[in-house]
Design a binder for this molecule. Structure first.
Ligand SMILES: C[S@@+](CC[C@H](N)C(=O)[O-])C[C@H]1O[C@@H](n2cnc3c(N)ncnc32)[C@H](O)[C@@H]1O
Length: 310
């Protein structure tokens, strides 16, 4: 079992270049992980700046507490969907210069077999980022949800074309014995898919379960609803996403708050069009360069988008 604490941060230089507009400002890293981006943010700020770093994973916060001794940094164990309350409590609501999100799981979460995120390591089917007893685990979902519910999860969050066949096979297997481990589940999925693609056949089902268990899309939507009010004027939001479902949410949010890229000059804008324009694009879409992808294959699907509040 690997329990490394190493996580290589993605698009680090690009994030700093586009997020930091005031070296004495107030910043939020809503996905602290192992603090790679937080560290880079702190290095680029002056001594009077502030950084609030959030993570829902107790291991991440423990790592931060043990390894970061910086008076400008405040670590907070929370879901980022509660950002509005965090900001009100800290009296920084409407004053934040930059909010940063690096979505998904960290390498230490993924590589630790006990967390159950990966079909590459045999471990309990858990997949909770927030290790609290009240949230449902992947094992609960796989062993208790109805066949149709399972198929819907695999389709909606994994875009798995064989969702029905896989759900049926899971229900058949669990009627004989509970499905407790990542390897058991990966083998069942594998037995349903005859593909020569290099991607592991269980990739989409594991992604779907992880997104569902952690309510990842709902968390993102809730946070985005509050971002505009949390930022100060000229404050920026920078988001790195790793798959089309989360990127679509980010893109649609930004689109609904910003002017279209090319407005037809011959068509006059109505006052309502301008009133609803609250943000403008700083970075529409930025992907890692080839060198970064060669050094860190996890970065290959990353997309960075940045907007500024008008
Ligand atoms: C990709 S990692 C971030 C890595 C980090 N940028 C670094 O350089 O080390 C994502 C982190 O965000 C956390 N996370 C994901 N969703 C979250 C949520 N809704 N609320 C709080 N933390 C979340 C995960 O627990 C994980 O530690």
């Amino acid at each position: 079992m690997t329990t490394t604490n190493k996580h290589i941060s993605v698009l680090q230089h690009e994030v700093i270049e586009h997020l930091i507009t005031d070296k004495s400002g107030i910043y939020i890293d809503a996905t602290f992980g192992r603090g790679g981006h937080s560290n880079a943010i702190l290095q680029s700020l002056d001594t009077d700046a502030k950084l609030f770093a959030i993570d829902r994973d107790t291991d991440a916060i423990k790592f931060g507490t043990q390894n970061f001794q910086d008076p400008r940094l405040k670590l907070i164990h929370s879901d980022f969907s509660s950002l509005i309350d965090i900001c009100k409590t800290a009296n920084i609501f409407g004053k934040v210069t930059g909010i940063f999100l690096d979505l998904g799981v960290s390498s230490p979460q993924f590589d630790n077999a006990d967390r159950g995120f990966s079909f590459m390591n045999d471990g309990p089917l858990d997949m909770r980022m927030h290790q609290s007893s009240y949230s449902v685990t992947a094992k609960d979902v796989i062993n208790t949800y109805e066949e149709k519910q399972l198929a819907d999860i695999f389709w909606k969050y994994g875009e798995e074309r064989l969702s029905r066949r896989i759900a049926k096979r899971i229900v058949h297997h669990r009627s004989q014995a509970a499905i407790n481990s990542t390897t058991q589940l990966a083998n069942i999925v594998k037995s349903c898919i005859h593909s020569r693609q290099p991607k592991h056949p269980a990739t989409r089902v594991f992604q779907a379960l992880r997104i569902f268990v952690n309510q990842e899309l709902e968390q993102l939507e809730t946070l985005l609803e509050d971002v505009y009010d949390i930022l100060c004027v000229k404050g920026r939001l920078a988001v790195i996403s790793f798959h089309s479902l989360e990127d679509r949410i980010v893109k649609n949010y930004i689109k609904s708050h910003s002017l279209p890229k090319e407005t037809d000059k011959s068509i006059p804008l109505l006052p309502g069009d301008l009133q609803s324009t609250k943000m403008h694009w700083c970075v529409r879409k930025l992907r890692p360069k080839d060198e970064e992808i060669n050094d860190n294959t996890r970065s290959r699907s990353a997309i960075l988008r940045v907007v500024e509040k008008l």
